[in-house]
Design a protein around this ligand. Structure first.
Ligand code: SF4
Ligand code: SF4
Length: 499
């Protein structure tokens, strides 16, 4: 009679392996040729990669009507004009802290994802993983699966090998070039750049950027692959701090699998169990499909990117030998420890102190960002006081200071403003080149542009009790056409200098 395959029993643990050599910071590694695998996680990975690659390629072509004074590309990081456009959101250089906020949200999101499911970001959605997967797929289509590729690499250079390698590298370079091109489409108007490229009239900076991205993609996805994760990306080293005993990680159920040994045809499962062997038949399939070349049976490792492919491989083996699946599975370390001593594990807990803290942080930072974006002013001023000369004494005895004022009109229509100053009493204003003095100046700024004005402030000496008097410049936007709402004024502090 077959033993109950789901029962929890302890298996003999193999003897300690030989001591490891002292660690070294870098050693050239044998090339990894991951074997193709079918299964649940492979399907998820392929579907996610297809969606992400499609999004990456399509986003620069989406249009978003912003009127005549702004580009109509929905997602545009316009470095030349120092503007970031994300659908209805437009960010100016002085609002760059929103980008910092987005990065903080992304980091906290990554912490939360890791606390819940280990390195699923790395295994399923990281660009390095997605592009490497694509490059390996091309390699497999041209050179064959793992064993064929290993054989090919060991063969002398024949015409066939040369043709296969040339075909592979040509397609890799095409994909890398497409990646480089699409990356640069995010930085400039995509249709215009395509036309310029076709007419060999594209700016040198754009061509240089495309070539740089082409080279980086070719190198990182074609050659460096898992070594980017081992030696370049800091995340594998940081992620351990985000995990706890109850995070889901890819685990080998050693209590069920050990001791491992190949399955002999004549061997029944009961006999095998009595001989001290478990469900692992030491077929090495889990190692052969692993994109980072590790053996998950050695325990949780920094190199594991939680891609789940070893689970697919082992489940396939278990199905073929008539044993229950999930010998390798996403599981928590707490459950692993419980199973090792034949105690039923506690159910997986999604809500734990760590996930609550990360979720709260996400809500707080996300909320602050949303409120900040909704309430941000749509005008800004920067003021530069003339330093040479610091002040001028006019013939009537008054003191004059001159300022350069830059008004950023962050709306998509022309706007008018009233500029006033407070601080020194009896201050009068005039525009440089226009002698007329006023208590306030009427200024305007073109849509989505920065307008520069030179103004002079004149104050009687009798109104100044000290050499430096605080001066507050207030820019009050007039209501937009067709709107009765008066936007909040913006203020800027500077000083008025006197002898
Ligand atoms: S695929 Fe499963 S049975 Fe084969 S070696 Fe890996 S753990 Fe053991
Ligand atoms: S051990 Fe398994 S989950 Fe981890 S990287 Fe290798 S195949 Fe992916």
């Amino acid at each position: 009679m077959l033993s109950d395959p789901t029962r929890i029993t302890r298996r003999p643990v193999p003897a300690d392996p030989a001591p490891l050599p002292p660690p070294i910071s870098y050693a050239s590694r044998p090339r990894i040729h991951p074997k193709a695998v079918r299964g649940h996680y492979r399907r998820i990975k392929t579907a996610l990669a297809a969606v992400l690659l499609a999004l990456f390629a399509v986003l620069p072509w989406l249009r978003w009507e912003r009127g005549p004074h702004a580009p109509n590309q929905a997602v545009l990081f316009d470095l030349g004009n120092q503007r970031f456009y994300l659908f209805s959101v437009e960010l100016w250089p002085q609002q760059i802290y929103y980008i910092t906020g987005v990065m903080i949200i992304a980091a906290i999101g990554l912490f939360l994802m890791t606390a819940l499911g280990g390195r699923v970001w790395c295994g399923f959605t990281c660009p390095q993983t997605v592009w490497t997967d694509l490059f390996v797929w091309v390699e497999r289509r041209i050179e064959g699966d793992r064993s064929a590729r290993i054989r090919l690499d060991q063969q002398p250079w024949t015409l066939r090998r040369l043709a296969q390698k040339a075909a592979k590298h040509s397609i890799w370079l095409l994909i890398a070039f497409a990646t480089g091109g699409v990356s640069v489409f995010y930085l400039t108007d995509a249709p215009t750049l395509v036309v310029d490229l076709l007419h060999a009239d594209a700016p040198a900076l754009a061509v240089g950027s495309i070539l740089f991205m082409t080279g980086s993609t070719y190198l990182m996805a074609g050659f460096m692959r898992e070594q980017m994760c081992f030696y370049v990306c800091p995340w594998p080293r940081i992620q351990a701090a985000m995990l706890d005993e109850e995070s889901l990680v890819v685990t080998y159920q050693d209590w069920r699998g050990e001791g491992r040994a190949p399955l002999r045809k004549s061997q029944g499962w009961d006999t095998r169990a009595h001989q001290g062997f478990g469900d692992c038949i030491d077929c090495d399939q889990c190692v052969q499909v692993c994109p980072t070349g590790i053996d998950i049976r050695d325990g949780i490792q920094m190199e594991c990117i939680s891609c789940g492919l070893c689970i697919d491989a082992c489940n396939d083996v278990m199905a073929r030998i008539g044993r229950p699946g999930d010998l390798i599975r996403f599981d928590t370390q707490a459950a692993q420890s419980a199973k090792a001593v034949a105690v039923p594990p506690a159910p997986y807990r999604l809500i734990r102190p760590r996930t609550i803290v990360y979720s709260l942080m996400l809500v707080v930072v996300g909320g602050m960002m949303a409120i900040g974006l909704a309430l941000r002013p749509n005008a800004d001023i920067s003021i530069l006081r003339d330093r040479a000369p610091l002040f001028v004494t006019l013939s009537d005895g008054r003191i004059q200071n001159a300022y350069t004022i830059k008004i950023s009109n962050m709306t998509l229509g022309e706007r008018h403003y009233r500029l006033t100053v407070s601080g020194p009493a009896e201050a009068r204003l005039s525009l440089a080149g226009d002698g007329a003095e006023r208590s306030e100046l009427a200024l305007s700024a073109r849509a989505n542009a920065v307008e520069t004005y030179r103004i002079q402030v004149r104050v009687p000496q009798t109104a100044l009790s000290r050499p430096s008097t605080p001066l507050i410049v207030t820019l009050a936007p007039e209501p937009a056409a067709g709107s009765a709402a008066r936007p909040e004024p913006v203020r800027h502090d500077t000083v008025f200098l006197a002898p």
